[in-house]
Ligand binder design. Sequence first.
Ligand SMILES: Nc1ncnc2c1ncn2[C@@H]1O[C@H](COP(=O)(O)OP(=O)(O)O)[C@@H](O)[C@H]1O
Ligand SMILES: [Mg+2]
Length: 231
Amino acid sequence: MLDIQNLNAGYGEMSVLRSINLTIGEGEIVSVVGSNGAGKSTMLKAISGIIKYSGSITWKSESLQGLKAHTIVNKGIIHVPEGRKIFPDMTVVENLMMGGYLCHKDSHRNLEKVFALFPKLAERRTQLGGTMSGGEQQMLAIGRGLMGNPKLLLLDEPSLGLSPLFTDVVFGAIRTINNNGVTVLLVEQNVYQSLNISHRGYVIETGRIVLTGTGEELLNNQEVKRAFLGM
Ligand SMILES: Nc1ncnc2c1ncn2[C@@H]1O[C@H](COP(=O)(O)OP(=O)(O)O)[C@@H](O)[C@H]1O
Ligand SMILES: [Mg+2]
């Protein structure tokens, strides 16, 4: 579904991603795990057309190179950025509607789907986004992404800074979203929980993919255990 070949990207003179190869099949949850600064967010920014890159990113056999970010969104590739980036002075419903602006006809139905997934958001529908807890804001950010009818959902560190309880809620929701037919690319520092819900994973270190395998293979890998799981 998404095919990344020899991707190189960075900021100005600084190169961050080096020869990344990665594929995502329809229906999969694929995770990219690695430490802070490894290049995970940079990879998602390249896919969603926010930064320039060399190499190729193809979506259903069509190149995404040079396309504007909104064109990529229209194809169903939806990026939930790191740090949530919700609108603090808008209510829960208004925040969600901002994610649904592309598909008005589905907005009402999608809103109900988001509320079914996150009942807490339904309870808080008139609350201002900025007054919600970190975990609630993360649900809102994911919900806003779902409003755009994603085929591929790009999730950037959805568990960052969340309590164990909210972390479980978020990972459970990712599973449900995937069971409902959405392909997911998850980038995370929470290596255990990410690999645990993923069909396949990649380990990224200073801009390079150093390991790949099924979620289970990576969880049982000695290097992964030593570097990320403290075993
Ligand atoms: N906007 C930016 N301008 C310059 N350098 C950046 C920018 N964003 C990230 N970087 C640098 O790129 C590298 C990779 O960052 P990032 O992709 O955010 O890593 P990760 O998401 O894995 O923590 C880091 O060295 C970071 O400092
Ligand atoms: Mg990041």
